[in-house]
Design a protein around this ligand. Sequence first.
Ligand code: BTN
Length: 336
Amino acid sequence: MKGGERDLNTKDRILKMLAENKGRFISGEQISEELGISRTAVWKHILKLREEGHRIQSVNRLGYQLVNSGDVYDRGTILSRLNTKILGKNLYFYETIDSTNNELKKMAAEGACEGTVVIALCQTEGRGRRGRRWQSDAGSGIYMSVLLKPDLPPTAVQSITLLASSAVCKVLEKYVKSGLGIKWPNDILINNKKVCGILTEMTSEPDKVQAIILGIGLNVWNREEDFGDELKHTATSLCLNTDREISRTQLVVEILKELEDLYLNFVEKGSSAKFMDIWRCFSVTIGRDIIVIQGENRWQAKALDVLDDGRLLVETPDGKRQTVLSGEISIRSCDN
Ligand code: BTN
């Protein structure tokens, strides 16, 4: 026991445990075992703490989480601050879900309208690109999917992906002083570690998009030790890189607003100039020596530019220029 802790009463010790686990849920069982009290007693102390004004969220099967007064994160609070025309007008907020992309895909198949948004506190089967898993612990991040139905050909999907990473960067630059960048096509990095990933999925007719599901995963409250062995050298979170107060609600509201502005500009004017300027400004890819990874295939190149349709223009060591439409890259000397 650390000095002074002995003097805390049970209620304050619960508050301390919650504060030490900011961004995470702790179960009633864990608290009751650690303090040697019943779960009913834990619950009564939680009620008392709430009466005192502490914001403590309780979620079935997950337990309790201390929420910053500025980080109240629920559907009502998001809607009360949202100032968009279409994005989020239909907004579903789940405590736990398999994947917000899966859920929104089902809704799209049943005719959900453009701008429908699905958010979850935690995902049990959060999916990343290329069949990877997306770590989606309760309370640590933003897990959000947005339904878009542009009247565009299926090839536009790559542009929408770049548009989304540009929108997220515009928001994050208010929080992060240096080191913010986008790695082609849409990994958002802070000092070469990934803070946000975007999974874009589409259903289409041969020449027209039916629905685009834009899934955004943003690491917000994760501490270094929350990332397992697989991620600890390559992932980071917003709270590890900002001095500003963070509110997931505010981040969601700002991301939806930026996304909508860039999206409407793109579909109404038919020009990708606005979001491509932002994308290029944050690019950590252009001008770098890279390895292109396409399935089992890996080859070296230099990244020259990103074209407005999202393809990466590269030059191979023998001087040939070509474009890369899909795949993944590794930037040499920064292996994300
Ligand atoms: C990536 O691999 O970079 C993309 C990660 C995308 C994760 C988000 S979280 C919300 C949405 N639901 C999912 O299952 N995946 C996306």
